[in-house]
Write a protein that binds this ligand. Sequence first.
Ligand code: PEP
Ligand code: MG
Length: 546
Amino acid sequence: MSSSESLTGVAVSPGRASGPVVRIAEPLGEPASTPAPADPAVEAARIAPAAQAVAARLEALAETASGEAVGILYTTAAMAADPALISQAEQLVKDQNLPAARAVHQSAGGFAEQLAAAGGYLAERVRDIHDVRDRIVAELLGLAPPGVPELTTPSVLVARDLAPADTAGLDPAKVLALVTEEGGPTSHTAILARALGIPAVVAVRGLLAFEAEALAVDGDTGVVELADPAAPVVAAAAVVAIEWDGTGATEDGHQVKVLGNVGSAGDAQAAADAGAEGVGLFRTEFCYLDAPSEPTVTEQRAAYTAVLAPFRGKPVIVRTLDAGADKPLAFLSPDAEPNPALGVRGLRIAFDRPEVLDRQLEAIAGAAQDSGAEVSVMAPMVATAEEAAWFAERVRAAGIARAGVMIEIPAAALTAREILDVVDFVSVGTNDLAQYTFAADRQLGAVAKLNDPWQPGLLRLLKPIGQAAKDTGKPAGVCGEAAADPRLALVLAGLGLTSLSMNAPAVRAVGASLAGATLARCEALADAALAAGDPTAARAAVAALL
Ligand code: PEP
Ligand code: MG
């Protein structure tokens, strides 16, 4: 939606602010492949020091940053210094007689293509590779590094999208608001803006072509309006330092576990460092997005043990391979399908190839022993209680004590009670549940508004799940992005959901939010959000009660 004075996007971080616009430059263009260097060996030798300089600068930023930004900046620094990237670029200079900047560009392009081909979450990391590439190329060309310029006054940042390192390095005292043309409710910009308490609106179509010297940004409604450049700046209410004692519970002691979403050993360490009480979702397919063939039981056991290691004695939910659609695995690809998101994906693959599931369960049981974590296993993309029972039987046959399933298909939400009768717990994947409820591809910016986790149509589907948890006395968590929003977390607790699992940057904010409201207050917030007609009204109704 747009008018000559305003644009609308998806509100991802609450609060209102206005002030002068600072536009983040578009990424560098492609460096030329000529002139050929006079001495390829000398030219190749420039690459490693340039990459090291970029990594050192990011590390220096990490040292002065705080909270979640630290880990992100160190990760990006490690990507810049990646020996594979550097040696491939050096080889290109020597073999093809290319200038160093061009060689780095090409080498990073190869890595980015592999990630893009993997789709989904890995495709999001393409942005990181491009960021690192542009920083090294700028260093080699003697140009200013791309990204957020040094801000002299408080400003509204406008960008096509932000790299994690850009967002992580932001000074909340200088950034009034963030607005991006791309990105969605689950993007990095969204997660970090919430953690920093900066109002943010993403997926604002037409933003880059919108001429504005100053903007007013509403992170509750998603409206971005022209503002008077001469007016004083308005900052969102300052966020107080996040105090949380590490116990997931409401103010009056009702337990709602705060858990981490992980896909690698690095994620698991970050979740543990952030204070997660366990893991609510270990996406095992993330370990194998580029594996050409099925990993052996021994290989899987070692990989899972490395991820479980920081959670000895703590609860961890391992999800079996969720291959297909946005997360294709080469060794589990179905035949070509017209609609992969509606096809043979997730648990459906196991019906045809149960031996792959059984081998994975054997590896998970082994990793549980090796790590000492309290392991449960759950299946993705379950549609019926019959499928849930089939899965639970195989899990128990593998010697694993607790079996659960994800609820991410509307039919499963509507039959949560019958499903809970045959498994030990359920966990709601709101990312897919929104996609299937609204018939809106979760990867498509054009329909991002429908996939807003505050949609009352989505929230109303969660109510019977919370009720089924109460009736059966079995846990029902949420591990989709909805759980990472500190205010929505209160609504979810009020709906009767018993744990919340999220990426590391959101852990403390969600834990602190829960600790600041009683269960009765959460229930009142849930009633208000469910009664609303649209996401904006739902956010406003909850804000009014807080
Ligand atoms: C979800 O769908 O909400 C979920 C947590 O699973 P994934 O994002 O891995 O599909
Ligand atoms: Mg899912």
